[in-house]
Ligand binder design. Sequence first.
Ligand SMILES: Cc1cc2nc3c(=O)[nH]c(=O)nc-3n(C[C@H](O)[C@H](O)[C@H](O)COP(=O)(O)OP(=O)(O)OC[C@H]3O[C@@H](n4cnc5c(N)ncnc54)[C@H](O)[C@@H]3O)c2cc1C
Ligand code: SF4
Length: 460
Amino acid sequence: MANNPFTLGIAAGRLSSEVLDRNFADLHPPLDRHEALVAADRCYFCHDAPCVTACPTTIDIPLFIRQVATGTPEAAARTIFDQNILGGMCARACPTETLCEEACVREVAESRPVEIGRLQRFATDTMMARDSHPYERAEKTGKRVAVVGAGPAGLACAHRLALHGHEVVVFDARPKPGGLNEYGIASYKTVDGFAQAEVEWLLGIGGIEIRHGMRLWDGLDLDELIKGHDAVFLGIGLAGVNALRIEGADLRGVDDAADFIAELRQAEDLSDLAIGRNVAVIGGGMTAIDAAVQSRLLGAETVTIVYRRGRDRMSASRYEQDLATSKGVRIVTHARPMRVIGNGAVQEVEFEYTRDGATGLEGTGETFRLAANQVFKAIGQTLKGASDALHIDDGKIRTDETGRTSLEGVWAGGDCATGGDDLTVTAVAEGRDAAEDIHNSILARAGTANETLRPGIESG
Ligand SMILES: Cc1cc2nc3c(=O)[nH]c(=O)nc-3n(C[C@H](O)[C@H](O)[C@H](O)COP(=O)(O)OP(=O)(O)OC[C@H]3O[C@@H](n4cnc5c(N)ncnc54)[C@H](O)[C@@H]3O)c2cc1C
Ligand code: SF4
């Protein structure tokens, strides 16, 4: 091994392959059958369970846990998939500590919730290990829907539409499906190629075709999609990134955190991936945490997250923040970047301390410098290239509660649409709900009874 954490500049192979394998192993290893039964036994099967209300896809959590407890994990999986067809990824990636597990009565009473996420993974993994898809499509309707974006929102929408008997064509700009499940979520949350395995399993429903290398507003025309299909769903996420508008931001070594994470997720061999000796990450969300933690796991000697407000204002949960510090990441708060300093490549970043003033965040005038060979910008994603025909609110496509946009026949959901909270599970819920509304609207237009089929009850 030629390099190590002290190698100057940006270098690959700072750690041996064995250490990298250990570092990027499953963050929460799966429960075995016995562990799952013990974990399920802790559930009180509450009436009006608060965990259900806290789940954006409103999975019947006490029911699925009871099904695990009674030794029928496949029935439990069905309960989960009826509401959330990407329940496998959500079991791995959901910040359960701020959703279902935070609301669990055992968390409130004992600071130790039922392990809902791991139980969900046990159930969904059990069913997905079977070589068949659990749902059957309704009779073909002869209707065609275009879905743009093969991320969680687009896939959930496509699956629900296919279930109702519609033909779905999914267009995606990237070479692989899955959206940020494939290109964003931290490696140690989704190991062993799970994102692609999950998409393949989901496509087992039939009636969904995915076309890659198709970018909306860049060769793929929205008007043409509207003309050629009975409905269009946009689940294009936030493909742009906010710019760091300070002196030196174009120096070599100043990179987008999202690009770094995507490259890491696609790397065949992590020892080929170059990382700085001293890394600074600017931002306070999940992207900042993931870029920082993974920089450390690749062997960076020092990694510092710098956030302009206090820890309580970071959108990354306290659990995520603690995960970062447990891996040796330093979190500096109340500081904002003023300039990047270097000679061709970044060497230092100058920050100014901040405080909450009468008119919002203000600088104190006191500055400090941080040595950095690499700086990751994690200051938010933006919608890329939306057409004027769609109403945009605060940088997102405006939708009503059913996902309808300002354009007749066009729905949207997930990160690109207003109303959500930029989580995988929310994108799934919005894709699913838009599909139900699209289905009802197609039926209404066709003059058929306006009745929603409930998968899980009426199919399979
Ligand atoms: C680094 C990172 C880590 C995250 N970690 C977590 C986590 O641990 N847990 C969690 O719950 N959430 C996490 N999130 C948030 C979560 O990934 C998103 O909320 C979720 O993926 C949104 O799903 P989506 O389908 O709306 O968009 P995306 O997942 O972004 O999918 C959009 C799809 O549309 C395609 N596309 C984009 N533009 C076009 C176009 N013009 N034409 C055609 N196709 C297009 C893209 O290629 C992509 O496949 C993370 C986000 C990031 C950035
Ligand atoms: S709140 Fe906790 S104990 Fe009650 S049903 Fe949900 S998981 Fe079980």
